[in-house]
Design a protein around this ligand. Structure first.
Ligand code: PXP
Length: 253
């Protein structure tokens, strides 16, 4: 048996639904509260530069909720100065730096930490000095993992999106190749002293294999859980994801 895998629930898409009509319903902060009550180990929210889902006000209220509930808030954000200033003021427990392009539908690909080393490293330092636990969202690629470790970030989050897509495409060969890279990437990260997380595109169908990677400490899951909540309710969707994760680890509480 390995250690228990934490489940961070990303509530961005509750805000997506709210924003489709304007107004205040459904409130992502109420969703975060329900997720915490259903067993989420952390709440994740992405403050995008275009504010397409989570707003500054949401993030402030999420921080208040998470501090009150003693649950870590993981703020995802682009590695740009405006966001760094917001994070320094708000002081979320964790900050995950992600690449961001306005025209993308969701975060495509990992942050090029190796290529952006000179700009990412000072941002990691600044955020760490403000008290945040910094993680870098990267592909399971040796060069990126080594660059992440060299940047001083204590955590990496491995992008699982390409693996999820390969499975959806029915391309077992490509899925296996990516899975092997994720396995060895997690091993390398842990051997460099990094805490290794994973996220993106995780669903009931692919969570078991991902959760079986023993070096992983946390999964961050959003779109599938919020979508599945339409059919089975948020509480049951989280409980079922938790069960799949625990089963994959042989964790019986
Ligand atoms: N982790 C990171 C860094 C992300 O950017 C996202 C998407 O916002 C997720 C995890 C969650 O991905 P999904 O919504 O596909 O579960």
């Amino acid at each position: 048996m390995t250690h228990k895998l934490r489940l961070g629930v990303n509530i961005d898409h509750i805000a997506t639904v709210r924003n489709a009509r304007g107004g205040e319903h459904p409130d992502p902060v109420a969703g975060a509260y329900a997720a915490i009550k259903a067993g989420a180990d952390g709440i994740t929210a992405h403050l995008r530069e275009d504010r397409r889902h989570i707003t500054d006000d949401d993030l402030e209220r999420l921080q208040m909720l998470c501090v009150g509930e003693n649950i870590p808030l993981n703020m995802e954000m682009a590695a740009v100065n405006d966001m760094v200033e917001i994070a320094k003021r708000l002081k979320p427990h964790a900050v995950c730096l992600v690449p961001e392009r306005r025209e993308e539908r969701t975060t495509e690909g990992g942050l090029d930490v190796a290529g952006l080393h000179n700009s990412v490293t000072p941002i990691v330092r600044e955020l760490r000095e403000s008290g945040a636990r910094v993680s870098l969202f990267i592909e399971a690629d040796e060069r990126q993992i080594r660059a992440a470790a060299a940047s001083g970030a204590p955590v990496i989050e491995i992008h699982t999106g390409a693996y999820a897509h390969a499975l959806l495409d029915g391309d077992a060969l490509r899925a296996d190749k990516i899975f092997n890279a994720m396995q060895s990437g997690a091993k390398l990260g842990a051997s460099l002293g990094l805490e290794v997380h994973a996220g993106h595109g995780i669903s009931f169908d692919n969570v078991s294999s991902i959760a079986s990677i023993p070096e992983l400490h946390e999964l961050n899951i959003g779109h599938f859980i919020i979508g599945e909540a339409i059919f089975m309710g948020l509480e049951d969707a989280i409980a079922e994801m938790r069960r799949c994760m625990d089963d994959a680890r042989g964790y019986d509480g």
